[in-house]
Design a protein around this ligand. Sequence first.
Ligand code: ADP
Ligand code: MG
Length: 402
Amino acid sequence: LLPGATDASGRPATLGVMGGGQLGRMFVQAAQAMGFSTAVLDPDADSPAGLISHHHIRCAYDDPKGLAQLARCSDAITTEFENVPAPALASLAALRPVAPGAASVAIAQDRAAEKAHFERCAADNDGVRPAPHASIDSPEQLAAVAAELLPGILKTARLGYDGKGQARVKDRAELAAAWDRLGRVPCVLERLLPLRAECSVIVARGADDQCVSFPVQKNTHRDGILAVTEVYDGAIDPALARRAQAATMAIARQLGYVGVLCVEYFLVDDGRGGLDLVVNEMAPRPHNSGHYTQNACDVSQFEAQVRAVAGLPLRAPVQHSPAIMLNLLGDLWFAPNARHAQASDTPVTPPWDEVLALPGTHLHLYGKASARPGRKMGHLNITGPTVAAVRDTAAKALALLG
Ligand code: ADP
Ligand code: MG
């Protein structure tokens, strides 16, 4: 699909996206920058992507009329979040190219299916496996949990994100109580691993099998939410980084995946003084940890998504600057440094003017009307000539925002 082209009826080449959150917004921005028209399906009138898209179809994700309308006005369709009902993607796929496909999204929606896929890939993956785990779908499975999985983390199989739908459990009593609290829905229990670090890899794969990988991101989470991503020489051991990239490509290939895929990894002690890779979870879409690509790489993860969905060539991305990404949560709107603060319970715009005066800062805000603690409002990408320079800017930005 060529950007800027029109069909026989004069309709411009249009890319559609299921979901109107910030990831959809940045996809829309990348698509529009290249000359595509865009269509967003999202029930929310104020969705970040819907606000800036050529078309915004406001309906539920499984509304047949809305889905038909999205298919009518789009030449190819993608998704920006994993909880789009897989049958909705399947029904769109009957009418238009859809990437990623419903089968890949369905696997990524379910932690048990996702881990089973990782196990299947392990032979092809230099032995990169998920943490020891078991499915908990019934009281019998709960009772039969192996002792080696405790202490562990109980996670709902579906709909968990940013650490939500999870409970750390020390013993069987805590496990049973946590499963009750999570509503006895299907869960996965994983052994609690002593994490030394976390990283993630983004790949883009086309329908013609070409696959490219972005550099490996080192991630720091706070309260289960990504806080900082660092990408530069020395952030991750190069041999581990190559292994993670190869594993991610294998995971994508074995899914027959088309689009942008992010896979998260843990770095744990290997018991021999080194670090080993454990595969955690995947997202069938661009990922928060890949936002640095917008300013530090010659192709962003969103442009890669546009290219993959439109069937355009994928180029191996080149990183041209060390990068740090700081997530901007709504909490910053309540921080002591927010200026003109009258009362601590009123959100106040952080001092972006001072942040933007620092060298190498790139501000991305998602156009969300109201700030709330824990809400992802935007991110700050920091680039610079050296690792020391980006670190220095990051420290100054955090001091201004703190
Ligand atoms: P989410 O969908 O909420 O991102 P994750 O499985 O990535 O769920 O878990 C969120 C965070 O919890 C991880 O980034 C990691 O810091 C921690 N975590 C998850 N699983 C484990 C584990 N098995 N051992 C230790 N820490 C874990
Ligand atoms: Mg995660």
